[in-house]
Ligand binder design. Structure first.
Ligand code: DGY
Length: 415
């Protein structure tokens, strides 16, 4: 299909998933506002409706908790088609939301949106909210400077093998009966398994039982793992926030200091045996021993390490399309099961943002060409088999459409 036709289909997907002031990732499977999906939606809107792009971020931050946390799902309206809904989370917030967060990409994308489409007044109003969110990550989700997650959903990379050691110690046997909805919308072999869901729910039930007290969740919760992807994203987001501070005439010292603290803590997630940055169970100190796209996101933060790059390059060469979410050489690799192997346009785009900043144009061009080929062949799906390009997960997906418009179609690129 021609690029122009795909542009118009992508814009149409954004408009159809637009619920007025926020965008759902896709109807059926994800009928609410999701945190990092929304930031990418804004990036897509910025290519044809900049005001709507800022509205998307404003709606996201309108659900910010007093603590500074920006929740991972905001349930603006109820929808029986999703589980677990607001009643299960029981956070008691207005609007109803989940009790955990998601990768803090908003400042990264706000900077790109401002660079390409302006909107300084809208950015100025968002700046203190983004700063408060980054402070929350620093306060409520770092241990000795290392960025951690308290639920695999907080990473955005739900069933990645990165979380296997932490999940092995979560007891999911007492969660009671429940009915999943996701497997009614997409092929169950492309989704997490039942044991994963039992454990996901056990962690939610712990949070609810302690009234979503974040100290209790961090110190006594059933799951706590260092997440290299969040670590790298937060490093980059703090640097971008510092750049935005300079643009706005604000003091960049605090986001700069937060980025420096994260950089100083990098040795804690360096796995010498794997020769890569790696997820780590903070309860036991055990590394996940998985080479994932979480390590590849080091490129977003400008973290260059020759040994790791050799491994990542080999991982990329093992597939035909994009960066796989898990190394195809690993026994845990599954080419179509969500975050256990598929390639995700959203991660490819984040890596490409880092490659571009580092002037690594050849790799960025390759990554864009491979991502664009997946979309041209398979459509605007959630993720793809990195070996044969099979489209997986949800269709008419907001962030894939947004990424097409803002990056993968080459409109702002060099190819
Ligand atoms: C889901 O429901 O699959 C989401 O990833 C949770 O955020």
């Amino acid at each position: 299909m021609q690029t122009d036709d795909l542009d118009s289909i992508a814009r149409d997907i954004l408009r159809r998933n637009d619920r007025g002031t926020y965008t759902i990732p896709t109807s059926g499977l994800y009928p609410f506002q999701w945190n990092w999906d929304s930031a990418f939606a804004a990036w897509g809107f910025a290519t044809f409706d900049p005001s709507r792009a800022w509205t998307e971020l404003e709606t996201l931050f309108s659900a910010q908790w007093d603590t500074g946390m920006v929740p991972h799902i905001i349930f603006h309206r109820d929808d029986e088609g999703y589980f677990p809904g607001p009643g299960v989370w029981g956070t008691g917030t207005t609007p109803p939301s989940s009790g955990i967060s998601q990768p803090p990409v908003a400042a990264i994308l706000a900077r790109l949106i401002h660079d390409s489409a302006g909107g300084t007044d809208r950015l100025r109003a968002l700046y203190p909210k983004m700063l408060a969110w980054h402070r929350w990550w620093q306060r409520a989700r770092t241990v000795n400077g290392t960025a951690c997650i308290t639920h695999p959903w907080e990473s955005g990379r739900d069933n990645c093998p990165d979380w296997d050691p932490g999940m092995a110690n979560v007891d999911g046997s007492n969660v009671g009966p429940y009915q999943r909805r996701d497997t009614g919308h997409v092929d169950p072999s492309m989704r997490p398994g039942k044991e994963d869901y039992d454990r996901y729910l056990a962690i939610v039930q712990f949070g609810r039982a302690c009234g979503w007290d974040q100290d209790t969740i961090l110190n006594d919760g059933p799951f706590l793992m260092a997440d290299p992807a969040i670590h790298f994203i937060l490093m980059r987001a703090n640097r971008d926030l510092a750049a935005l501070a300079r643009t706005l005439g604000e003091d960049p010292a605090e986001p700069e200091a937060m980025a420096a603290e994260l950089e100083a803590a990098l040795p804690s997630i360096w796995n010498d045996h794997l020769q890569a940055y790696c997820a780590r169970d903070m309860k036991t100190g055990t590394f996940a021993e998985s080479l994932s796209s979480g390590a590849a996101l080091g490129l977003l933060a400008g973290v260059e390490n020759a040994a790791m790059e050799t491994k990542l390059a080999a991982m990329w060469d093992r597939v035909a399309y994009g960066i796989p979410s898990n190394d195809p050489a690993a026994p845990s690799f599954n080419a179509r099961r969500y975050w256990r192997g598929p390639t995700w346009p959203v991660v490819n785009a984040l890596i490409a943002i880092g490659l571009r900043s580092a002037g690594r144009h050849a790799e960025e061009t390759r990554l864009r060409a491979e991502t664009a080929a997946l979309i041209r062949q398979g459509g605007f799906f959630e993720y793809f088999d990195p070996q044969d390009g099979t489209a997986c997960g949800g269709d008419n997906f907001t962030w894939t459409a947004a990424i097409w418009l803002a990056w993968a179609n080459g409109a702002n690129g060099r190819d």
